[in-house]
Each structure stands twice: as structure tokens, then as C-alpha cells.
Ligand binder design. Structure first.
Ligand code: TXE
Length: 480
């Protein structure tokens, strides 16, 4: 059985306490490897390596840091097939998605931040009449922690690591214990790209042990976390007394608002994707679909027809649209929500059942599910399900849909389908989310601020926002 190791100080190391966790293949339910369940001692080793590397890396020229990041990006692209296969096997996502989205975007993260750091500038302020000038230094923080989830494993892992090291920090990073494989492979790439030892340390293990040890470490001064809202709240509580810098990207329950004046066919195609891409396991998925009354029945018929045509299949099959859910416990959670919907008088328009794939009978497959709800206040419309399940309901007026869109605890993203410019502007102003997509979904420009409001988190990633997070601003005031 393949055992992966921690990557510390440019070496692949066994966990000090020799504790291991099984790693499952979601497509067949079988254990196919083991990963370290790293302890506080392993985190201490990783911290020491990062601490030792920092004085040099923090002073390495921006050109050199940039060159290494871009080299990592190139190596990821060269290894696309290997990484995509590993991601698909570990997570259950269709290989086609890993090849076109996850791994290319992970490579883009390194390329983007390798370039962005060369353009990152600070400000100066002349204090007119006081013979003084102020300028702002943007200094790396030191050793920082990056903790990422299982849904977009390498993509979100690198979304944190790339800006952290571009800005001159050294990193102790932990991928999700459910999907550790591509993070493990990344260590090899960093070595080949010539990243100095200790700049990036990748430690595997459970959240409650390894993750907790990173957050509790008094000298890891900033934590960038993506994951569940409850975990985010817990991390905030642990980190607050130590005054750590925190960036928390948490859950979402995003509205997809469809007006009758939209480009219907484009909306329909994209709505299938925004509902079920990655088995609905993306924090940005539009899981609450609100449709203007006049086109509701037409939409319902057309949407359900398209959803029924999606192929649930083995992730390695290039014709698969919906692969396996990430884990047995997650599958059970999603199924439980389908039961809750039935108890709440939701109407299952399609899906709702587990799927058995011949030859992979123990895999975690579920039909894409559309639930018609009569009130936006039901649990399936309020709580994050994070699976291939969407709700749909009609609305009559802009004010009504705006109120329903905002009446959840989350505030990550919203999608709006309309060709009315004034309505676009009005609604974009009033939607309580960090991101609004109009006539598109998940179109990403890495320069833009990314993050949510309310229970979807604090802080913004992306572009210079990420570089600001991973640096401390210091004002220098010189009187002359
Ligand atoms: O995430 P966790 P889980 C949502 C989704 C899902 C729910 C729970 O609704 O059903 O969260 O998922 C690490 N200290 N999202 O339980 O536990 C953990 O090891 C430090 C939305 O799988 O939050 C992993 O590396 N770290 C989300 C990471 O946190 C801790 C994506 C995320 O795991 C820790 C995933 C601790 N005490 C789930 N406990 C999104 N926003 O995209 C856990 N971890």
C-alpha cells in the first residue's frame, strides 16, 4: 500500500509518532493508501525548517522568487496528466474536470503570483507643509500557515501557498486529509523547480490534530484557511488570543437568480454547470435557483430534462459528467438533506437516489437532484448541502427575490441572469455577497478580490489582496 510522506525541509519524512490514516478512493470505496497523521512534533519540525529558511527567502530578490514560482507553474503544466489522474482518483471528480480546471488553475496560481509580485507596489505620502514624507514598507510576515479543503484540492492549496511564498514568507501547509495526493506530488515539483529548502513544508494529517497544531503554534503568525464555516469559527477562536492574522474562506449557499429577459439558452447551459460542477462540491455553486414566475414552468421542464441527461459515471471515463462524491460520510450527509427535503414537503423533480456503477459498486455516486420548494425558509434552502442538490422556486418581483437571496446566513457569491442594465446595477449593489456574476458563473480573473461576507468568511484572497494579507504594512515617516 502506498504511504505518502510529509515534505519538510525538502525531504520526504515519516511522521514522528508513526500514526497513519487510511486514504479512500471515492470511485470504488477502497482504501488505496495511507497518509501521516502528523503530530505537534511534526509541525514543530516544519516550523523550524520554515523559520530557518525565512531570513534568506524573505531577502531573496523579487525576480528570483518570481522565476521559481513560474518554474513551478511550468512543471505543473508538464505533469498535467499525472496530477489530473491523482486528483481524480483522490477526490472522485471527473478526470476531464481535473485536466481542464483543477490542475491548469493550480499552475495559473503560481504563474499569476509569480508575475503579480513583480508589480506589487507600496504607497508614499508627502506631508505637505510639514517637511516630511511617509512611505509604506510591505514586509513578509515570517512563517505562515495554509490549510485547505478537499473539494478543489490542489487548486485551493496553491491559491494560498503561491501568494504566501511570492511575498517572501515561509509556509507550513496542510491539505485536507481526504485529498492529500496532489499536495504530496507538489513537493517533488518544488524540489525540481529549485525552491530553497524549508520555504514550503507540507504536512499531512487530521484537522483536529495536525491542523489544530498549526493554528495553535504561537509563532505561526498568520493562517489562511478554506473550509467549513464551523471549522472557521473554531480556528478564529483559537487564533484570536494570539492576535494572528486570519483569512477565512468558508461555506456558501449562493442564489442563482433568473429573470425572464435573460439569454435563455446560455442561462440554461450555465445553470446546469453552476448547479452540478464537481458534483456540486464547490463553495460557489448556485444551489438556490430563483426563477421569474413567467418562465418558471418552461425553465423547470427544460432544466430537469437537461439534468436527467447528465451521466453519472466513473471519474476516469471521459464521458462522465458527475463523478463520485468525496467520501462516504459526505454522501450520507447529502442523502440526509434529500430526506429532510421530503419531510419539508419539497418535491423531488429528479434524482434523489444513489447510483450503482457496474464494477465500482461501493463508490459514492448520487444522481443530480432538483428539489422544488415552496418556501425559501426550509432547511434545504438555508443550509449548505455541498453536493449535487439544488432547490428551485419561482419569484414575482425584484424586491421579493432580493429579500430571499439575502435571507441566509452565508454571503459568498450570487449569479444574476438578466439583460436589464439598471436592474443589474441595482441588484449588484444590494446583494449581500462578496462576488456577483452577471450572465456568467465562476468566470475568474485572478486579479479580483475573492471572498465572502457574513458566515462565508472574512478577508479577501486574489490579486494584491492576497499579497496584502501575506505582508505587514509598516509606515516610515521621515522629516527633512
Ligand atoms: O471541512 P473542514 P469538512 C463545507 C461543506 C462541508 C463542510 C464540512 O459544507 O460539508 O464544510 O467539510 C482542516 N484546526 N466546506 O468537514 O473540516 C481539515 O483537515 C485546523 C466548504 O471536510 O472545514 C481540512 O484541511 N484545521 C468548503 C480543512 O480544515 C482544521 C470546502 C477543511 O476541512 C481543523 C470544504 C482544526 N480544528 C467544505 N479541523 C469551501 N469553502 O469551499 C479541520 N481542519
Amino acid at each position: 500500500m502506498h504511504k505518502i510522506k510529509n515534505y519538510i525541509n525538502d525531504q520526504f519524512l515519516l511522521p514522528i509518532t508513526d500514526e497513519w490514516i487510511d486514504n479512500y478512493n471515492p470511485s470504488n470505496g477502497e482504501i488505496y493508501g495511507q497518509i501521516p497523521n502528523s503530530s505537534t512534533e511534526d509541525i514543530e519540525e516544519a516550523y523550524k525548517a520554515a523559520k530557518n529558511a525565512f531570513p534568506t527567502w524573505g531577502q531573496t530578490t523579487i525576480e528570483e522568487r518570481s522565476r521559481i514560482l513560474i518554474k513551478i507553474s511550468e512543471l505543473l503544466e508538464e505533469n498535467l496528466q499525472r496530477f489530473a489522474e491523482a486528483e481524480s482518483k483522490d477526490n472522485g471528480k471527473p478526470i476531464s474536470l481535473a485536466k481542464t480546471v483543477d490542475i491548469p488553475r493550480a499552475a495559473s496560481n503560481f504563474r499569476f503570483f509569480g508575475n503579480a509580485i513583480t508589480q506589487f507596489a507600496s504607497e508614499s505620502h508627502e506631508s505637505v507643509g510639514q517637511n516630511a514624507i511617509n512611505y509604506t514598507l510591505r514586509q513578509p510576515i515570517g512563517v505562515v500557515g495554509c490549510i485547505s479543503p478537499w473539494n478543489l484540492p490542489l487548486y485551493l492549496f496553491t491559491w494560498k501557498i503561491a501568494p504566501a511564498i511570492a511575498a517572501g514568507n515561509c509556509v507550513v501547509a496542510k491539505p485536507s486529509e481526504i485529498t492529500p495526493m496532489t499536495a504530496y506530488l507538489l513537493g517533488e515539483i518544488c524540489n525540481e523547480a529549485g525552491l530553497p529548502k524549508g520555504v514550503l513544508n507540507i504536512v499531512h494529517g487530521l484537522g483536529s490534530t495536525t491542523g489544530q497544531a498549526i493554528v495553535e503554534h504561537p509563532d505561526i503568525k498568520a493562517i489562511s484557511f478554506t473550509g467549513g464555516t464551523a471549522t472557521g469559527a473554531h480556528i478564529a477562536k483559537v487564533a484570536a488570543p494570539m492576535f494572528k492574522k486570519l483569512s477565512l474562506e468558508l461555506g456558501g449557499k449562493n442564489p442563482n437568480i433568473i429573470f425572464a429577459d435573460c439569454d435563455y439558452n446560455e442561462m440554461l447551459e450555465t445553470t446546469v454547470r453552476s448547479s452540478f460542477a464537481n458534483q456540486g462540491q464547490i463553495c460557489l455553486c448556485g444551489s438556490r435557483i430563483f426563477v421569474e414566475q413567467s418562465i418558471y414552468d418552461t425553465f423547470k421542464t427544460d432544466f430537469v430534462k437537461k439534468v436527467k441527461a447528465l451521466k453519472v459515471g466513473h471519474p476516469s471515463d471521459s464521458t462522465t459528467n458527475i463523478g463520485a462524491l468525496v467520501s462516504k460520510s459526505h454522501l450520507e450527509k447529502v442523502i440526509q438533506y434529500i430526506e429532510i427535503a421530503k419531510e419539508e414537503d419539497g418535491i423531488i423533480l429528479c434524482g434523489g437516489n444513489e447510483v450503482t456503477i457496474k464494477g465500482y459498486e461501493n463508490g459514492y455516486y448520487l444522481e443530480p437532484t432538483v428539489i422544488e420548494v415552496s418556501t425559501d425558509e426550509c432547511r434545504v434552502n438555508q443550509e449548505e448541502i455541498f453536493g449535487p442538490v439544488v432547490t428551485i422556486m419561482p419569484f414575482k418581483t425584484e424586491d421579493e427575490v432580493l429579500e430571499m437571496a439575502n435571507k441566509v446566513k452565508y454571503g459568498l457569491s450570487a449569479t444574476l441572469w438578466t439583460n436589464n442594465l439598471k436592474r443589474t446595477m441595482r441588484m449588484s449593489n444590494k446583494l449581500q455577497t462578496g462576488i456577483v456574476w452577471v450572465n456568467t458563473w465562476m468566470m475568474r480573473d485572478l486579479r479580483t478580490p475573492f471572498g465572502g461576507v457574513k458566515a462565508s468568511g472574512v478577508g479577501r484572497e486574489g490579486g494584491f489582496e492576497a499579497l496584502r494579507f501575506f505582508t505587514e504594512a509598516k509606515n516610515v515617516c521621515i522629516k527633512y
